[in-house]
Design a protein around this ligand. Sequence first.
Ligand SMILES: [Fe+2]
Length: 222
Amino acid sequence: MATQAGGNLDGGVVPGGVLPGKHPIQPLHFDASKLKGLSERLLRSHHENNYGGAVKNLNKVEEELARVNKDTPAFLVAGLKERELTFNNSMVLHELYFGNLGGDGKAGSTLQSTLAHAFGSFGRFEELFRAVGSSLAGGSGWAVLDHNFQTGQLGIHWSGNHTQNAAYSAPLLVMDMYEHAYAIDYGAAAAKYIDAFFQNIQWEEVQRRLERAQKAAVALRA
Ligand SMILES: [Fe+2]
C-alpha cells in the first residue's frame, strides 16, 4: 500500500493489475488534520464514504459481471456496465484527487513555465481552472487538467459526472466539484473550497504526472 504521493493513490496503478472484485481502498498519503481550509472531518468523510463507497461498489459490480453469460438479459448487462464505468471512474478520479492534495500550493518554476506556455501565463491557467470548477458549483463533476495524447496539448476539461472524460488523455490535476467535497466545511460556498483546494495542491505530484505523460506520449508515437 502506498503511503506517499505518486504511489498507488496516483490512479490506482498496481503492477500486474487488480483482479476483478479486488480493488483495495488506498489510504490517504497525507495527515488529514494538517490541510489548510479542509477539515479532517470533511476529508475523512469524503475518503471513507464517497471514494471508499465507489471502490466497494466497483468490486461488487465486477463480481456480478463475472457471472454474465450468453443468457443474461441485455438490460442487465447494460446496467452493470454503466455502473462499472461510473464506479471505476469515480475510484480513479478520487485517487488522483487525493493524490494531488497535501502540498503547499506552490507550483515549481518548471511546471509554471509549462503551464504558461500552454495557457498564456500561469495566472491565466489558474483563472481558467478556477472558472471551470466554479461552473460546476452547486452540482457535481470534476475539473481536470490533462495531457491529450492525440493532440499533444495540455487542456482543462469539465465533466458533469464520473463518466465524462477527455478521450485519450492523462489527468494531471484533478479537482472534485461534487458538493460532498466541500459542503461539510463551506455549505454551498464553492468558491471558498476552490481557494482551499489551491492552497493544498501538491504540485510536485502534478509535475511527476506530467513527466510520465510526456514519456508515454513519446512511446505512443513510436
Ligand atoms: Fe468526491
